[in-house]
Design a protein around this ligand. Structure first.
Ligand code: KG4
Ligand code: ZN
Length: 345
C-alpha cells in the first residue's frame, strides 16, 4: 500500500511517499520539502495569498522529486492523501486540488488528513516509535493541546490553550524583541546566551488545576519589559529577556504535561509540532519524565515542523486501522478550522 502525502496548510510545501503495507508501522520511502520562510520573512509573518501561490509553484516539482527519489512511478501509488485542515484556506486548497486531480487522473482513491493527526503520529516514523496509549503534547504555531491517545483515531482532548498557542507566544515575543520570522527558533538561539532568571515573567494558568494553557498575558508582560528597557533592549538585556520568555513558556508546558500524565496514569508522552523542536523543552521534559519513570517520544527533528511525511503516515496508519474514509469521488473541500476531536471514531 503506497501512500503519497501532500502537505500545504501553511508555509511549507511537503510531499512524501510511505509504504503502509501489512500491519507494521508505515515506512518512509522518500520525502521533499520546500519552506517559504525566506519569502515571508520580508513581511514579518506568513502572507496567506503568497503562501498559496508558492504552493502552486512547488507542489508538482516536489512530487516528481519524491517519485524519482523512491524510484517509484505514479502508477504504483495506491492512495493520494492531502492535508484537509486546519490551516490557511487558500494554501489548503492547493494541496487538496492537486491531490484530487492526481488521484482522478490515476483512478486511485483520495484521503483528506487532519494536520494535527499528522503531527501527533509523526514519532511513529522514528527508529524507536511509541506504543499506544500515550499523552500527546501538541505544540505548534496554531495549537497547544494535551490529548489522550488510545489508538489511531481515538483522541480525547485533556486541555488546550484558551488564547495564543505556544508557538504563537514564541513568535510574538520574538517580534517584540526585534527578531525575524519565524520567531521560535530565533528566540531560542538568542535565549542560549541569556539568563533565564533575569526577568520575572508570569506563568499563566500554572496553578489553575486544569490542563488548559494561556499565553497572551505572557506576551503582554514581554511587551511591558521591552518597553521599560527601551533603547537598552539590546545585547545582554535582550538575550536575558529571550531566555526568561523561553523559560516561562517551557515551564508551563512541562508542568501541565506532567499533570496530564498523572491524571491519566499513562507512562508515555509524545511531543509533536514545531515547538517540539525546542531544545530547552526537550531537556526539561526528559529530566522531569525520567524522574517519574515516563518515556518521552519525539518525531525526528526534521519532522517536528510541517512536512509531507506525517500526512502520508497518518493516512497509512488510518488505512491500516480500517478507519480510512477513502473516496473515489474527486470533489473536495478543506477545513481551515477543524478540531481533532472530530476525528475520533
Ligand atoms: O508545527 P509547525 O511547523 O506549524 C504549525 O502547524 O503551526 O510549528 C511552527 C511553530 C512556529 O511558531 C515556530 O516558531 C515554532 O513552531 N518553532 C519553535 C522552534 N522551532 C519551531 N519554537 C521554539 N523553539 C524552536 N526551536
Ligand atoms: Zn503544523
Amino acid at each position: 500500500m503506497i501512500v503519497l502525502g501532500i502537505e500545504s496548510s501553511c508555509d511549507e510545501t511537503g510531499v512524501a511517499l510511505v509504504d503502509a503495507s501489512g500491519s507494521q508501522v508505515p515506512v518512509l520511502l522518500a520525502q521533499a520539502l520546500y519552506s517559504q520562510i525566506d519569502m515571508h520573512q520580508a513581511y514579518g509573518g506568513v502572507v496567506p495569498e503568497l503562501a498559496s501561490r508558492d504552493h502552486i509553484r512547488r507542489v508538482l516539482p516536489l512530487t516528481q522529486e519524491v517519485m524519482a527519489q523512491a524510484q517509484c512511478s505514479l502508477a504504483q501509488v495506491d492512495v493520494v492523501a492531502y492535508t484537509r485542515g486546519p490551516g490557511l484556506a487558500g494554501a489548503l486548497l492547493v494541496g487538496a486540488g492537486v491531490a484530487c486531480s492526481l488521484a482522478a487522473a490515476l483512478g486511485k482513491p483520495v484521503m483528506g488528513v487532519h494536520h494535527l493527526e499528522g503531527h501527533l503520529l509523526s514519532p511513529f516514523l522514528s527508529a524507536d516509535p511509541p506504543e499506544f496509549a500515550f499523552v500527546a503534547l501538541l505544540v505548534s504555531g496554531g495549537h497547544t493541546q494535551l490529548m489522550r491517545v488510545d489508538r489511531v483515531g481515538r483522541y480525547e482532548l485533556l486541555g488546550e490553550t484558551i488564547d495564543d498557542a505556544a508557538g504563537e507566544a514564541f513568535d510574538k515575543s520574538a517580534k517584540l524583541l526585534g527578531l525575524p520570522y519565524p520567531g521560535g527558533p530565533a528566540l531560542a538561539r538568542l535565549a542560549g546566551q541569556g539568563d533565564a532568571q533575569a526577568f520575572k515573567l508570569p506563568r499563566p494558568l500554572l496553578h489553575s488545576g486544569d490542563l488548559d494553557f494561556s499565553f497572551s498575558g505572557l506576551k503582554t508582560a514581554v511587551l511591558t519589559q521591552a518597553k521599560k528597557l527601551g533603547e537598552a533592549m539590546e545585547g545582554q538585556a535582550r538575550a536575558d529577556l529571550a531566555a526568561s520568555t523561553q523559560a516561562a513558556i517551557v515551564e508551563v508546558l512541562v508542568k501541565k504535561s506532567l499533570k496530564a500524565l498523572e491524571q491519566t496514569g499513562l507512562q508515555r508522552l509524545v511531543v509533536a509540532g514545531g515547538v517540539g523542536a525546542n531544545t530547552l523543552l526537550r531537556e526539561q521534559l526528559n529530566a522531569a519524565c525520567k524522574k517519574k519513570g515516563v518515556r518521552v517520544y519525539y518525531p525526528e527533528l526534521h519532522l517536528c515542523t510541517d512536512n509531507g511525511a506525517m500526512i502520508a503516515l497518518a493516512a497509512g496508519m488510518r488505512i491500516q486501522a480500517g478507519l480510512a474514509p477513502m473516496r473515489r469521488g474527486y470533489a473536495f473541500d478543506v477545513k481551515p478550522r477543524w478540531s481533532l476531536a472530530e476525528m475520533t471514531m
